[in-house]
Design a protein around this ligand. Structure first.
Ligand code: HEC
Length: 133
């Protein structure tokens, strides 16, 4: 009897967990799974060329991803939001930082997916940074 109750509890946990994931937009965990959309990277390209390209190129971001591998993307994103562009920190809108990252991921070779890369919905917590392919 005890075992039956336990397994019902396990099933309930599984249901609740999957519902929670569905709420968060079923976030992928690997950059290789496609964490940004093609359209977003297109917008991000303009943001990037106006605000970032004067100081960093693709090779720089490859090094950054190598350094930050295994860390949640949230940490890097918050770091960049508060410190970049180095000559005017925090000057961009949150969506512009998101779009710039979409372009950065495209630029270093990660594939696009279906969903927009976003900060506020928490999906970056579930994205583990990894070296460029
Ligand atoms: C005026 C020059 C300049 C501009 C413009 C600039 N950066 Fe930076 N960025 C820097 C410097 C300097 C560093 C620190 C370099 C280091 O420590 O290796 C840095 C570091 C970074 C890092 C690594 C952060 C870390 O802690 O590892 C990222 C990612 C980054 N910049 C992204 C961006 C993005 C995105 C933009 C555009 C929104 C941008 N930068 C614009 C100069 C700039």
């Amino acid at each position: 009897m005890k075992n039956v109750r336990l397994s019902i509890a396990t099933i309930m946990t599984a249901i609740l967990t999957s519902a929670a994931c569905a709420d968060a937009g079923a976030a992928p965990t690997s950059l290789g799974a496609g964490v940004y959309s093609k359209e977003q990277a297109e917008i991000g390209k303009a943001v990037f060329s106006q605000n970032c390209s004067s100081c960093h190129n693709a090779d720089y971001y490859k090094t950054v991803l190598q350094t930050w591998r295994g860390q949640p993307m949230t940490y890097l994103f918050e770091q960049v939001m508060s410190a970049m562009p180095a000559d005017k920190p925090g000057a961009l809108l949150e969506t512009e930082y998101e779009d710039a990252f979409a372009y950065i991921f495209e630029m270093v070779g990660f594939p696009a997916g279906e969903t927009r890369l976003e900060y506020a919905n928490g999906m970056m917590d579930d994205i583990s940074l990894e070296p460029a392919p």
